[in-house]
Design a protein around this ligand. Sequence first.
Ligand SMILES: *Cc1c(COP(=O)(O)O)cnc(C)c1O
Length: 414
Amino acid sequence: MRDWVENEQIIIEKGKGSYLYDTNGKKYLDGVSSLWVTVHGHQKKEIDQAIKKQLGKIAHSTLLGLGNVPAIKLAEELIKIAPKGLNKVFFSDNGSTAVEIALKIAYQYWENSKIKVQSAKPQLKNKNYKTKFLNLKNAYHGDTIGSVSVGGIDLFHQIYGPLIHKAIQAAPDAKEVEKILKKRHREIAAMIVEPMIQGAAGMLLQPKGFLKAVRKLCTKYNVLLICDEVATGFGRTGKMFACEHEGISPDIMCVAKGLTGGYLPVAATLTTDKIYNAFLGPYESKKTFFHGHTYTGNPLGCAAALANLKIFRKEKTIQKLRPKIKLLQKELKKFYDIPIVKEVRQLGMMVGIELIDFPYETRIGHKVILEARKRGLIIRPLGDVIVLMPPLSVSIKELKEILKITYDSINTLS
Ligand SMILES: *Cc1c(COP(=O)(O)O)cnc(C)c1O
């Protein structure tokens, strides 16, 4: 906050397409999709209209004990596009809650299924032993306590050590995952991964075949697989969902960020019939999933999400990404000419440009984004990794401009 107070502050007033406008009327390209959410651009006519139309009916009604029309329609649409087998949808309002819900469902699934796991300690026989989670090193799944518990970024997470439930961590290496699962599967309820690419970690790519191997291992060792598609979902990686790159279906999937096209906070946790069925039973069996956020399934947000998905179909958004992704691949190679660039990583429209090691206090990433602002581009770094994640609707011309400004901004600091 001291930084914010002492430095020039940019206050955004308006957005249109790939551009943001501040209160002084200065125009910037939105290079990170307003924190990884904007899909078809700002002030997208169809989404604006869908929200207005829904406003003419009702802004909010509860999903606790009632249904609402847009939420039901959205659940149907999500199931149609989700990886096979994900047939049930539980709504909430942000990525962290979508993850909390996934963790609680996974834990309670084993509790409810009465699949009591054989324990090494005979006196504890018939207890549910599957109470732990396995996550990847450098994982980011949100900022609430439950999602921090399966996080692996020391800078964000270490301080909360005493508050969290301790998870088991693995490197993104199938052999290491197998070693852990082989030894500890009896105590592991689920493994959680960001599929293909770890976003907040600095756009870290997983080895080819890793996700597929994880799916196989989780099945083999009777551990649920949670895929956190909060960042990767809705076209960001060049496919609707990152899971499609390796043709896998998780047992539970979390979506948020791009779900409403970047308009309103709606999230969803999807799961299979098998898991859903484990929560059914007579009232007194207490298999209920006691979890419900007040604004869950908000009709305005769901109307925006429905319009968002309709545009994907109508405008063939995913197919149209191909030339943009190609351009990124080609142009990003040139960044290696800059002396302070260490590595460039990319999957679809998600890009991380890692700079060489500077002392923490140099804030080199921050310096780069200040240079970019001067040149009319808003980006936000992850430490010393410069992130580019423009709206999927970005034009080739705008994308070239984003790349040029980013190049120049890094280059002047070399
Ligand atoms: C952003 C993010 C979250 C958290 O979402 P919020 O809406 O900020 O709570 C969770 N998981 C991943 C992979 C994310 O990128």
